[in-house]
Design a protein around this ligand. Sequence first.
Ligand code: IPM
Ligand code: MN
Length: 355
Amino acid sequence: MNYKIALIRGDGIGPEVVGAAARVIEAVGRKFNHTFDFTDVLMGGCAIDETGKSYPDGTAATCRGCNAVLLGAVGGPKWGHSTDPDKRPETALLSIRKDLGLYANLRPAVLRPAMASACPLKNDKDIDLLIVRELTGGVYFGKRDRYMTEDRGEEASDLMAYSVQEIERIGRRAFELARLRSKRVTSVDKANVLETSRLWREVMHRLVGEYSDVTYEDVLVDSMAMQLVRDPGRFDVVVTENMFGDILSDEASQITGSIGLLPSASIGDGAPGLYEPIHGSAPDIAGQDKANPIATILSAAMMFRYSLDLAQEAAAVERAVDAVLAAGWRTADIAGDGVFPIGCVEMTDKILAEL
Ligand code: IPM
Ligand code: MN
């Protein structure tokens, strides 16, 4: 088969890690007899420099013409302070999620066997949880305002809104994903305070009836933050709204050793999915061959699984990564004391050799 992949290399270490993943994708093509055509798409800080806009016109259309989108990272201090949304790299990220209808963000946090000692917790269980973050609603997309009031001076507000339909579709995704795993769903909200959370909980409880083979629980977000470090091994699928998911997924990444290892998938109904590491552009190490390519390579594996229906190919990539880690190879972010780190290119070479 022939597949078209959009590559958004982006800023900072983005080009290095996407370059690494593209090499792995091509190797998978040779091994399993597929061809992959890459289309470069300009987005983020580099797009501001070249076109004046972080999200150039036509970006979404180009991506829609592909089977999947692989993204490195966008942003960096160089573009940090503009009040003009066109000049902020993050605008591009939010726009592409919205334009492609990518309402479900899948962020697995897996403590890979070879990395067990990197877990900072007293942990005796396997950690293998999947955060399902709602990605196109809530406070990220509500009305923002800045205004003067008579009695309190300057004020700002960000509106958090959720419709039943938005909650229901992400809920269904979570239950369906749980059916492919350990059949447990934890729904995280702040229903003791927020009206959006009370609606969220009501909708989830309606779904519980339909998915009676799945075990369900509600957890308040503050308690979840605590339980994630106390006993992460007890969770399977964790479904939550946009901002809670943003925060909890960074927390979950750290208990698996490094943010440099964790991939993500953003998917909707039908349109191409978008795959990216959950780490950022790490401008401090950009261009020095120090970045860890594993999160992006594992994102490519998720792309095989969720957008291209190539489960065997996905498993082959994941096995290769595990084998290289088991053999002791480490990039600087996961090296720990007394281990000599290898660079981004060499780590990719090792993974290719395993493949
Ligand atoms: C993420 C990032 C983005 C988000 C930022 C850069 C807008 O933190 O993908 O988690 O908050 O969604
Ligand atoms: Mn984040």
